[in-house]
Structures are given as structure tokens and as C-alpha cells.
Write a protein that binds this ligand. Structure first.
Ligand SMILES: Cc1cc2nc3c(=O)[nH]c(=O)nc-3n(C[C@H](O)[C@H](O)[C@H](O)COP(=O)(O)O)c2cc1C
Length: 392
């Protein structure tokens, strides 16, 4: 690998570069979080509390990181988590999809993404299309049919969202549309980030702030906030509704946002193929424990009846190893890939994936493991009371 000035050695450095490159509001939208930020911070802090117990001899000379998730072959146990984010890069989610394809991982595509499922699926990575419980049943079925026709490899239903707004550190202002008034208001922060501004100006288009995957068949593309309004107005689903949606999709199906063992069992009951232990990256109900704390109990509750993934707070290859040791089959990354995208486009996301791969490989070597799926809880040292059992 040739080391250029745009290469970075850690996700922390990618985040610093993202902060320097992005306008304040765009960076703030990626930091996200809710209320006090307790859950967002605990997602990262909890990984720091887990230690390792390394060996020094009898180590494996080569390590096998490959696995499958929802029937998709992956070069390592990492999937890019769906993130509905606008205005980071002029090509939106396309560079993320290209990076996923070049590094042999799958990509979750948010239904609030700025690029269409058709465009993103054409980039070559297996796409797991993510939906919320939004709109009437016809709209949901149409969304699924569109994803199927575009070649989505699986469906992710994200359930953890309670429309809590407000952050103690302040929320970024995001306009409904980039009209003249909005541009005037955002001009000072955009002008302070000439690299970012030039990338959009030279691409010939401004951030669309639209959600093309939420369009009704033959209908107009809604703005992000129009789509958000539809979702907000939709009564939350019962488990029977989740079972109904599962029945509308004949491929692999993940439920994302699980932290309780009783909910995990309901995910098995509805016939899902996978679940992600997740708290939406700390963007939902503040005070929910870090997802890594809830992982072991959920994994124990469902056994091998459903594939268990984890997302929230993964920033290095060692974190991937910790999650696998605690019972995950794979992890999903949200902000890490967004920092990479902001820092250096497709190459930045590839850089992040390479950091995770080399970090996981080095960790396996030190732990004397030849395969990522050999990791067990004996490989990590957890302080007393680390894990939490939510529900029963
Ligand atoms: C800016 C942002 C936007 C997100 N948008 C979505 C989304 O549209 N759909 C979804 O299922 N999860 C969404 N998430 C949650 C991520 O998929 C994932 O659960 C979370 O980012 C994992 O935590 P991490 O950022 O610490 O890796 C979003 C997260 C962030 C930070």
C-alpha cells in the first residue's frame, strides 16, 4: 500500500479530518447523538473497558477473516451500516458502495439515503436495503418490490426510533431545501470549508436533501423532511406487523435495533434471519446501555436460531474482535465509514475498512486464533458487571 498524505492510520484521525473538511452543520449531523449523549459515549467507552488476554507463541501464521452474513460472503466480519446522510460527498452513497465492493464487504443502504437503490446496487457491492415502518402497507410493499428488482441481497428493518429530538450540545440546522434563503444562511460555514465546497461546485450539483428511495411508484421524490414526516405519522408496528413485513420479503431479513432478550426472541419468532444488537449509534433513547454490554445476553438467548450482529461504537479492528468474542457473527459500522467518506471519499472508506481488517488480523494473531469465528469470551477480560441483561 503506498502511503500518501491522504492516507490515515486510525478512525480517530479520519474523524479529525472530517471535522476539518465538513461544514459545521454537516459534521454535527454525523456526530448526531441525543439528549446528554450518554448512550453514544457509552457505545465507545464500553469497548475501552474490555481487555485482551494474548499469547506469545503457538500463534497462527495466517488468519482467516472471511465469513457470511445473511447468505452474503464477506472478506471479513464487517458490514457498512445504513446511514441516512446527505451532503457529505457529492456522489452520496456511491463511493461507500464502491469501497465496500473493492474490499469485499456488504453495504446497508438507508431508505433515507441520498442515492437510489438502483444506482447503489449498480456499484457492485451486495446491498442490504434498510427500511423503517413508514407509510401504508402498499407503500411498504412497493418499496420492497423496488429493492428486490434492483437486486438487494437482503432487507434490514430498523425498529429503534422514538423521534426524540434535542441535544445538550445543540443540533445542526438542516434546511428543507437548499433554496436561496437556506444558502445565504449556510454560506459562512460552507465558505469556511473550501475543499468541501469545491467538491460540490465542481460536481455541478448541490446537496439534494431528498430521499429517492422513499418515492412512491411514479410519484415525485420527497424531500428528506417530507419522508421523515410520513414516517413520524405512521403508528408504530406490533410484532404481528413485523411478521407481516417479513412475509413480504422472500430473502434474508434482519431486524436492527435490538437490545432486550425478550425482543430478540420475538425476532426469532417472526422468522428473521438476523438481528443487530444496536441502539442506533446512541441516536435513539438516551440512557440505553452500550450495545456491546447487551450483546452477550442477546446472543445467549437466541443461540444459532438467528445470526447476531452488533453495531455501535466500533472504531478499530480490536473492537471487531471484542464483539465477535462476546457473541456477534459480524459488526456493522456507522460513523467510522462516514468519517472515512468525509475525509477522503471512496479511498477514505477503503482506508477505514483496511484499518479494521489489519487491526482484527493483528488481534487474532496475538490471541492465537486462526479464524475470526474461533474467538470466545475467554479471549476478553470484562470488568465485573460489564454485561447488562435487558428484559428476561
Ligand atoms: C448520521 C447517522 C445516520 C444514521 N441513519 C440511519 C438510517 O437511516 N437507518 C438506520 O437503520 N440506521 C441509521 N443510523 C444508525 C447506524 O446504522 C448505526 O446503527 C450506528 O451508526 C452505529 O453506531 P456507530 O456510528 O458508533 O458505528 C445512523 C447513524 C448515524 C450516525
Amino acid at each position: 500500500m503506498s502511503v500518501t498524505r491522504s492516507w490515515f492510520e486510525s478512525v480517530a484521525e479520519a474523524q479529525r479530518r472530517a471535522e476539518r473538511r465538513l461544514p459545521r452543520s454537516v459534521y454535527g449531523a454525523l456526530v448526531a447523538g441525543t439528549e446528554r449523549g450518554l448512550t453514544m459515549d457509552d457505545n465507545v467507552a464500553a469497548f475501552e473497558q474490555l481487555g485482551f488476554a494474548p499469547h506469545v507463541a503457538d500463534l497462527a501464521a495466517t488468519r482467516d477473516l472471511a465469513t457470511t452474513v445473511m447468505g452474503v460472503a464477506l472478506s471479513m466480519p464487517v458490514v457498512i451500516s445504513p446511514t441516512g446522510v446527505q451532503a457529505v460527498h457529492p456522489d452520496g452513497e456511491l463511493p461507500v458502495a464502491r469501497a465496500a465492493a473493492s474490499r469485499g464487504v456488504a453495504m446497508g443502504l438507508s431508505s433515507f439515503a441520498s442515492r437510489s437503490i438502483e444506482d447503489v446496487a449498480g456499484a457492485g457491492a451486495p446491498v442490504l436495503f434498510q427500511v423503517y415502518w413508514s407509510g401504508d402497507r402498499d407503500a411498504m410493499v412497493a418499496r420492497l418490490e423496488r429493492a428486490r428488482a434492483a437486486g438487494a441481497a437482503g432487507l434490514i428493518l430498523t425498529l429503534d426510533w422514538s423521534f426524540a429530538h434535542g441535544r445538550d450540545w445543540g443540533s445542526p440546522w438542516i434546511p428543507e431545501r437548499l433554496d436561496l434563503a437556506a444558502m445565504a444562511r449556510l454560506a459562512p460555514e460552507a465558505l469556511a470549508r473550501p475543499g468541501w465546497l469545491w467538491s460540490f461546485v465542481s460536481s455541478g450539483h448541490l446537496p439534494g436533501l431528498e430521499a429517492p428511495n422513499m418515492a412512491r411508484p411514479g410519484g415525485l421524490t420527497p424531500t428528506f423532511f417530507q419522508a421523515y414526516g410520513e414516517w413520524m405519522a405512521t403508528p408504530p408496528p406490533a410484532w404481528a406487523d413485523v411478521a407481516w413485513l417479513r412475509g413480504q420479503w422472500d430473502g434474508p431479513f434482519m431486524v436492527k435495533g435490538i437490545c432486550r432478550v425478550d425482543d430478540a426472541r420475538r425476532v426469532v419468532d417472526v422468522g428473521a434471519s438476523a438481528l443487530s444488537v444496536s441502539n442506533h449509534g446512541g441516536n435513539n433513547l438516551d440512557g440505553t446501555p452500550a450495545s456491546i454490554r447487551a450483546l452477550a445476553s442477546v446472543a445467549d438467548a437466541v443461540g444459532d436460531q438467528v445470526e447476531v450482529l452488533l453495531d455501535g461504537g466500533v472504531r478499530r479492528g480490536g473492537d471487531v474482535a471484542k464483539a465477535l468474542a462476546m457473541g456477534a457473527r459480524a459488526v456493522m459500522i456507522g460513523r467510522a465509514s462516514l468519517w472515512g467518506l468525509a475525509a477522503n471519499g471512496q479511498a477514505g472508506v477503503e482506508n477505514v475498512l483496511d484499518i479494521l481488517r489489519t487491526g482484527l488480523d493483528a488481534t487474532l494473531r496475538a490471541l492465537g486464533r486462526a479464524r475470526a469465528d474461533e474467538l470466545t469470551r475467554d479471549d476478553v477480560i470484562a470488568p465485573v458487571g460489564f454485561s447488562r441483561v435487558l428484559g428476561s
